[in-house]
Design a protein around this ligand. Structure first.
Ligand code: C2E
Ligand code: MG
Ligand code: MG
Length: 635
């Protein structure tokens, strides 16, 4: 079935210029014709349908802008057509204008009820039709526009809602990121702060013992000094601790054991110190800041407690160790401005404790400061003296006690300073040791003493066998090239090696215990003699005597000078002589001043002696004369 275009007497408008497309549904061809012509003339495009079925199909196909619908039609009346059009989503918007001969109000009501928009009664007036059609089309167009606008509005609203949702989502995402970022930043800051704290801690603490280090100690000391300035009624003490002979432990057992030992020592100190500040300055040096003390006894009590605690042995691995400490104490004083001044004085007092025999404490006093100053001056003078060669050697005979015959000499260095006059070796030798100046000085003494004895022996001054004893300091003994130097000196001076006796102290051996055996073996291989000087004043352990090739024990003057006074000394000298005899060593007694001492020593079995009774240390010329006169018997 097709829609017919009603035959027209006027040219139909093209779709572009048309005012609208109108479908006319009427079973009366005449009506169709009239309407079509009139509408076409008015500029509408027109299609016609002769019955309801054609109308439904046509409406769907051509989608007219308006339908003029007859009611009374065979098969399907206009109401039904309208109902179906309205029931179909595709066509329900097309406005339907009923045209009918029925003019009952009910019919009109029904027409509107089924969805019609207007109602024209037949016989119709063309003008009315045109007006109503135009009216309806305008309404339709307006409605369409309205709809489109609504749709557009809705679409815009939808878009806006979607955009807002998107913005919200973005916001939420951003917020989340900001939170995450803030969290990350917080974490980073916390980590950085932790790292900084750690660095700060490391900069202020000793990694081995975990004790405060020098920097932290000085900071605390400075703060405490400031407190004292504000509260002059308060006072505190500073203790400076240095382990005695720690170097020997480090050298002989290695740094690993040395480190373990230091940790153990630190723990023991900490036990004594409690919650007062204990710091490790470095090496085997520790310091204590003892706050709120009213007198120096509180500080010396702590020093005593520390010394006491060190009497217990330390166990490291399978080994047992003992150690002592020298302690310098300084009390706070308003004159102290800088922490380093107080530390310096505590250090000075500690050195004094060492010099007085170690394992003790000394409280600083102002005279020590003056001593330090003068020792600094002396050091300068000593350096200059070495450059200017202000030294000479004196020689003190060593005699056989039985006969009084000279068996050799001990070379003793003398410093005759143009500015200071005679300076005692007791004063400058320890200083030369501390400053290392003993190395060049000692080498000169060795060379000069060897040269001198060789001169006396080869220039026919004497024909009796003599030895030359030369003192060797701890520092010299620890020089790695010691043997090389001795070989060189003997070669240069031509003195037979067996004429040379080296005097070392027990501490020289003990403080170099790992290298001592090798050095002493090398000396023995060259037939150079070895004497232990000042025997009896140093270590109480005698076990080293079995291990080392020692030829002579020199009994210290302190035992000899009091031989007459105390029985104890007699017993000690007796014990030394017996010990020497059983080990195949000989004994020289030092510092014999009286005949009684000589006799007593002889009676105790001591073979050799040295002292003012026989001869004071004298210069080379005096010895030369003595030897040249062939009077070898002294005393
Ligand atoms: P020393 O090696 O024990 O020397 C013996 C000291 O006792 C000497 O003191 C000597 O003059 C002194 N003396 C000897 N007989 C008597 C006596 O009957 N009565 C008294 N009261 N004293 C006596 P000096 O020369 O003052 O030397 C002191 C210390 O200085 C020496 O003790 C030695 O340790 C050291 N010394 C001296 N010269 C040198 C040297 O060239 N090198 C090294 N490293 N040390 C030296
Ligand atoms: Mg000596
Ligand atoms: Mg001596």
């Amino acid at each position: 079935m097709t829609l017919n275009t009603p035959s027209q007497t006027v040219d139909p408008p093209s779709s572009e210029e048309s005012k609208g497309l109108i479908l006319i549904v009427d079973d009366t061809p005449h009506n169709l014709q009239i309407l079509s012509t009139a509408l076409t003339k008015q500029g509408y495009q027109v299609r016609g349908a002769a019955n309801g079925s054609m109308a439904l199909i046509g409406a769907k196909n051509i989608m007219p802008d308006l339908i003029l619908l007859d009611i009374k039609m065979p098969e399907m009346d206009g109401y039904t057509v309208c109902e179906r059009l309205k029931a179909d989503a595709a066509t329900q918007e097309i406005p339907v204008v009923f045209i009918s001969a029925l003019d009952d109000a009910l019919d009109k009501v029904k027409a509107f009820t089924v969805g019609g928009v207007d109602y024209i009664t037949k016989p119709f007036q063309l003008a009315e039709i045109l007006a109503r059609v135009e009216n309806q089309l305008t309404i339709g167009r307006l409605q369409k526009e309205q709809r489109q606008q609504n749709e557009q509005l809705q679409a815009e609203v939808r878009d806006r809602i979607a955009a807002e949702a998107q913005i919200q989502a973005l916001n939420a995402d951003l917020e989340q990121r900001v939170i995450q970022r803030t969290e990350r930043l917080k974490q980073e800051i916390a980590e950085r702060e932790k790292a900084q704290e750690q660095l700060k801690y490391m900069a202020m603490h000793d990694p081995l013992t975990d004790l405060p280090n020098r920097t932290l100690f000085l900071n605390c000391l400075e703060a405490t000094l400031q407190e004292i300035q504000q509260h002059p009624d308060r006072s505190f003490a500073l203790l400076f601790l240095d382990c005695d002979r720690f170097k020997a432990i480090n050298d002989s057992l290695g740094h690993l054991v040395g480190d373990q030992f230091l940790v153990a020592i630190a723990k023991r100190f900490q036990r004594c110190v409690g919650d007062q500040l204990l710091a490790r300055l470095g090496g085997d040096e520790f310091t204590i800041l003892l706050k709120d003390v009213s007198n120096e006894h509180q500080a010396t009590d702590l020093a005593n407690a520390i010394q006491q605690s060190l009497l217990e042995p330390f166990h490291i691995g399978d080994n047992e160790f003992f150690i002592s400490a020298s302690i310098g104490i300084v009390m706070s004083h308003p004159d102290y401005q800088q922490p380093t001044e107080m530390l310096r004085d505590a250090d000075t007092a500690m050195y004094r404790a060492k010099a007085l025999g170690k394992a003790r404490h000394i409280v600083f006093n102002a005279s020590m400061h003056a001593d330090v100053q003068s020792s600094l001056q002396l050091e300068t003078d000593l350096r200059r003296a070495i450059e200017r060669q202000e030294f000479i050697l004196n020689y003190q005979p060593i005699v056989a006690l039985e006969t009084g015959i000279i068996t050799g000499f001990e070379a003793l260095v003398r410093w005759i300073s143009p500015e200071l006059g005679f300076v005692s070796p007791g004063k400058f030798i320890p200083l030369a040791e501390d400053t290392g100046l003993i190395i060049p000085l000692g080498e000169w003494v060795l060379r000069e003493a060897c040269r001198q004895l060789n001169e006396w022996q080869t220039h026919n001054v004497t024909d009796i066998p003599l030895t030359m004893s030369v003192n060797l300091s701890v520092k010299q003994f620890s020089q790695p090239n010691l043997i090389e130097v001795i070989d060189q000196v003997l070669a240069q001076t031509q003195l037979p090696a067996h004429c040379l006796k080296l005097e070392i102290t027990e501490s020289a051996i003990m403080e170099n215990s790992d290298s001592a055996a090798k050095i002493l073996d090398q000396l023995r291989a060259r037939q150079i003699h070895l004497s232990i000087d000042d025997f009896g004043t140093g270590y109480s352990s005698l076990s080293y005597l079995h291990r080392f090739p020692v030829n002579t024990l020199k009994v210290d003057r302190s035992f000899v000078c009091r031989l007459d006074a105390a029985d104890d000394n007699v017993a000690i000298v007796q014990a030394i002589v017996t010990l020497a005899q059983t080990m195949g060593m000989d004994v020289v007694a030092e510092g014999i001043e009286t005949t009684e001492q000589q006799l007593q020593l002889k009676a105790l079995g001591c073979e050799y002696g040295q002292g003012y009774l026989f001869c004071k240390p004298v210069d080379a010329e005096t010895v030369r004369e003595m030897l040249a006169s062939k009077n070898y018997t002294l005393g």
